[in-house]
Every structure is written in structure tokens, then in C-alpha cells.
Design a protein around this ligand. Structure first.
Ligand code: KDG
Ligand code: MG
Length: 398
């Protein structure tokens, strides 16, 4: 069996996605992958189109590990978000082909079911505590047992996850954010939610890498009475040693990883047991091949997984998340989103969400497809994440 063609499809059914179709010389046999990198989509599409696709033609798609190593190491300039996202797209398409060829769902190739469905969480947000409370209640009514809660911060326009949606245009929007009101508000939010909603529902919060180590330690400590499921991404990805500061000061469980690109970035956090949940993005760490290795290392240190599952990765990456979730012993929780209808039209086969869990497809492969004709109806449209500035005008992060 040989790879005959690699199609890179850029489409915008509500937001931009870079999709990949690897076509084999066996009639009708192809695999689908996702190589979407929010805000840098065309960089990945060019890397695939110009540099990686030509290297794949004529190769045996069954040799996933060898192709993975060849693309990862063969470039010499390894790693980074663009190349690891491109590699993830290739990797997912190859696993899809392997599953279709074996006539088995990918979870079966990964060792088979450890559980039937994957406990998942949704996002709650609002402009004030009452709105967040309502949003958490709505999630609970839909069957969610774990909910992420974010709130707008008084005086700060740029509050991750509070309110607001996708950002489009030729320049990233700019927003002001300040740590002092943020650090005052978040413990009060969780005090409010626990008082109103009790202890049964699992709640947590995404800091989105905006704090310094000592600020993060203060927040983790002040959140202890509210028993968060975890505190997500409290520090920037560059700050690995600083997770020790958090550990010294707090028993709030810590999750980290959506901005990592390889297992080596995860290693110190795992081997020193500085986190409780590893939450890399399969779409940005080279796909299932790398994620299952990270999961296996994490298992040795009793760290659980919480793979990143935002709206800016395509349904096929969500499907890959769930195939892995059900097949590994140290699964913790899975982030999910409700995709708009246009996304389902272009990419049918997203994992089904029922009773607060995601269920893997029983179809051979990953269970997703690409409707190329539908994809053409939604051309690429520039869109960027916002840039965050401090009140004095200096760039903070995003
Ligand atoms: O593109 C950036 C998003 O993927 C990110 O902001 C989402 O932090 C995120 C999350 O936890 O879903
Ligand atoms: Mg996050």
C-alpha cells in the first residue's frame, strides 16, 4: 500500500480549519486529519503543502511511527507549533487509515476499551457571578458533572472565557487585563458558586497562563476551600520549575499542557509530580503517536490526562482525543465543545456527547470524514486571538 495523494483543505465553517486527506492506492481508502493552528492556519497549510506532502507520496501509510520520526527529526529544525500541528494532521490521517484497513475503531488498535465513555466538561461563563451560576446550572441540566467557570473581571475588557466569541479581521484585537482585580475576583466567584450550588458539581478554572508564579500560588491557595477539580494552566509554558512554588503553597490540583509541543516539555512536570493532569493538545504535539507516549509516562507518575479540546481544533482531533481517553488507564477528563451545524456539515463524525460523557465512534478508523464540496462553500477568512495589554499599555500575553 502506498500514499498516492495528500490534500490540504482550508475551510472556515464559522472558524478556520486546516484539514488533511491522505489518499492511498487502495481504491476508496483514505485517512482524514486536522492541522489547525488558531491564528496561524496558513503557515501550517504551507508547511504541509510545500514541504511535508511531497515527502509522503509513495510511502507505506501503515508505518506510522517511522513516518512520524522521519517528519519530526528529518527536518533538523524540529518541533514548534507549526511543524507539530502539521505532523499531528499527518499522524491522525495515518491512524485513520490503519483503523479503516483493519476494520476497527482506533481505540481498539490502542489496546481496547478501559471504559465505555469519557467523562467530559463544558464551559460556563458570564459577565457577573449570577450569569456564571446560571451557565453552570444549564450545563448541569444538560448532564455535565464537570464544568469550567470563567467570569468577566471588573475593569478589564480582556477576560479569557468570561464573555465574547470568535475574533475576526486582519489584526488581532487588543484587550486590557490586570492581575490585581483578577486575583480578587476568582476566589469570590468560586465562593459564590459553592454557596449556591453545593459541593456535588465538579468545578474548575482556566487561568490561561497569565499569572506570575507567586500570583498563581496565591490563587491556588485561596481556592483551596472550594475544592476545584483542577486549576488549569496557571503559569506560562516557559515556567516549568516555577510549578514547584505552587506545589509548596497549595493542595489545589494543577493541570497544564495546551501550549506544549513535545513530551520533553511535559517531562519535568510529570517526573517531579508537579501537576495532577497533563492536558496537551493532540493537534499541536504531533497527534496520537506522541500523546499515547505522554500518557504512558504520566501513568508512571499517577498523573491523569485532560487533553485540550477547544473549538479551534476540528472534530477529527476531538475524535482522536476520545479514542485515546477510552483506551488508557490514567484518563482524567475530556474538554468538549458543541460545534455549529456548518462544522458538522463539513466534517461529519464528531464524538457524541451524552450524560456528561463523550462516546467514541464504532466506525473503522477515527470515525470522521471531510465533505470537500461543503468545505469549498466556506473560504478562509483571517481571524486572530486577542493580544492582552496591561493598563499601562505594555504587552502582557494573550
Ligand atoms: O486557540 C486558543 C484556544 O485553543 C484556547 O484559548 C482554549 O484555553 C483554551 C481551552 O482550555 O480550551
Ligand atoms: Mg485552556
Amino acid at each position: 500500500m502506498k500514499i498516492n495523494d495528500v490534500k490540504v483543505i482550508v475551510t472556515c465553517p464559522g472558524r478556520n480549519y486546516v484539514l488533511l486527506k491522505i489518499v492511498t492506492d487502495e481504491p476508496g481508502l483514505y485517512g482524514v486529519g486536522d492541522a489547525t493552528l488558531n491564528g496561524r492556519e496558513l503557515a501550517v497549510a504551507a508547511a504541509l503543502q510545500e514541504h511535508i506532502a511531497p515527502l509522503l507520496i509513495g510511502r507505506d501509510p501503515d508505518r506510522i511511527e517511522d513516518i512520524w520520526q522521519y517528519i519530526f527529526r528529518g527536518t533538523y529544525w524540529r518541533g514548534g507549533p507549526v511543524l507539530m500541528t502539521a505532523l499531528a494532521g499527518v499522524d491522525l490521517a495515518l491512524w485513520d487509515i490503519k483503523g479503516k484497513r483493519a476494520n476497527l475503531p482506533v481505540y481498539s488498535l490502542l489496546g481496547g476499551l478501559c471504559r465505555e465513555g469519557a467523562l467530559c466538561y463544558t464551559h460556563a461563563g458570564g459577565r457577573d457571578f449570577a450569569e456564571v451560576e446560571d451557565s453552570v446550572c444549564q450545563a448541569a441540566e444538560r448532564g455535565f458533572k464537570v464544568v469550567r467557570a470563567q467570569v468577566s473581571i471588573p475593569g478589564c475588557k480582556g477576560t479569557y472565557g468570561g464573555t465574547g466569541g470568535a475574533f475576526t479581521g486582519h489584526y488581532p484585537p487588543e484587550e486590557i487585563w490586570e492581575p490585581a482585580p483578577y486575583l480578587r475576583t476568582i476566589p469570590r466567584l468560586f465562593a459564590h458558586l459553592r454557596e449556591r450550588l453545593g459541593d456535588e458539581i465538579e468545578l474548575f478554572h482556566d487561568v490561561h497562563e497569565r499569572l506570575t508564579p507567586i500570583q498563581a500560588a496565591r490563587l491556588a491557595k485561596e481556592l483551596e476551600p472550594f475544592h476545584l477539580f483542577f486549576l488549569e494552566d496557571p503559569l506560562r509554558p516557559e515556567h516549568k520549575e516555577s510549578f514547584r512554588v505552587l506545589r509548596h503553597h497549595s493542595t489545589t490540583p494543577i493541570a497544564m499542557g495546551e501550549l506544549f509541543h513535545t513530551r520533553w516539555e511535559c517531562l519535568p512536570l510529570l517526573t517531579e509530580q508537579l501537576i495532577d493532569f497533563i492536558r496537551c493538545d493532540l493537534g499541536h504535539i504531533g497527534g496520537l503517536t506522541e500523546a499515547r507516549k505522554i500518557a504512558a509516562i504520566a501513568e508512571s507518575y499517577y498523573v491523569q490526562t485532560a487533553w485540550h479540546g477547544p473549538g479551534d481544533i476540528a472534530p477529527v482531533t476531538h475524535a482522536a482525543n476520545v479514542h485515546l481517553d477510552v483506551a488508557i488507564p490514567n484518563f482524567g477528563v475530556q474538554e468538549m465543545v458543541f460545534f455549529p451545524e456548518a462544522v458538522h456539515e463539513v466534517m461529519p463524525g464528531a464524538p457524541e456527547c451524552r450524560q456528561g460523557a463523550l462516546w467514541p465512534s464504532e466506525a473503522p478508523g477515527l470515525g470522521c470524514d471531510i465533505d470537500e464540496e461543503a468545505a469549498r462553500k466556506y473560504p478562509y477568512s483571517p481571524a486572530y486571538l486577542p493580544t492582552t495589554r496591561r493598563a499601562d499599555g505594555s504587552v502582557h500575553d494573550w
